[in-house]
Design a protein around this ligand. Structure first.
Ligand code: DC
Length: 220
């Protein structure tokens, strides 16, 4: 069985960077599962429908070519704020989550390129997608710290936003992710909590690599 590392947490907690670096460190495959929800959200918008429309969203989720959506050329459109808002709306729809389940489970069972393991990051990896993952880390940070990071990122991209608006938006999306009845963002009981409020990306990766390294060593 491939070794699975599950990285969950709210947006801008640093989990994406941690997951990418961990995958390179262990030579495992990496799947940013948020991209799947973003791809469905954008597909609904492109079809001229509302991302909150369960029927339309489920239809697009079932029709999604997940492998294609994850290619680099598609990715930049999925990183926009519009995609992020649409993703958080389609992610509450049970039929959408069900349609995306198989691709994620298959990725865990057979990581691409014959890799011996996979790192998946998202909201429900340790709880739903890979409850048997050898390593589970729940990455978190204060809403203010996460809003600050997102604000800087948007500013660098030349987007005209205020910190207050980004913080309000972050809190609204946290609430939507945490309160949904299906697969809400919450740590698995056996997850290690990693708080990145006061540490940078490199320190966050080092802390995660230490947690993962110890866990893998004790399980072997
Ligand atoms: O991690 P992200 O910002 O790319 O996620 C976008 C949205 O998708 C976010 O609102 C939560 C949702 N999501 C989810 O419900 N489950 C996942 N495994 C990944 C993302």
């Amino acid at each position: 069985m491939p070794t699975i590392i599950a990285i969950d947490g709210p947006s801008a907690s640093g989990k994406g960077t941690i997951a990418k670096k961990l995958a390179a460190h262990f030579d495992y495959a990496h799947l940013d599962t948020g991209l799947l929800y973003r791809a469905v959200g954008m597909a609904v918008i492109r079809a001229g429908q509302d991302p909150s429309d369960a029927e339309a969203a489920e239809r697009e989720a079932k029709a999604l070519d997940a492998a294609k959506a994850l290619t680099l050329s598609e990715e930049s459109a999925l990183r926009t704020d519009q995609a992020s808002v649409a993703a958080s709306k389609v992610a509450v729809i049970p039929g959408v989550r069900a349609a995306l389940l198989k691709f994620q489970k298959d990725f865990c069972q057979t990581p691409p390129n014959g890799k011996a393991g996979a790192v998946l990051d998202g909201r429900d990896i340790g709880t739903v997608i890979a409850p048997d993952a050898k390593v589970k880390i729940f990455v978190t940070a204060s809403a203010e710290a996460r809003a600050e990071r997102r604000f800087k990122e948007l500013q660098e991209r030349g987007e005209n936003v205020t910190y207050a608006a980004v913080l309000a938006d972050m809190k609204e999306r946290d609430a939507r992710d945490a309160k949904r009845t299906i697969a809400p963002t919450k740590p698995a009981p056996d997850a290690v909590i990693l708080d990145t409020t006061t540490i940078d990306a490199e320190q966050s990766f080092e802390a995660a690599a230490e947690i993962a390294g110890k866990k893998l060593a004790t399980d072997e």
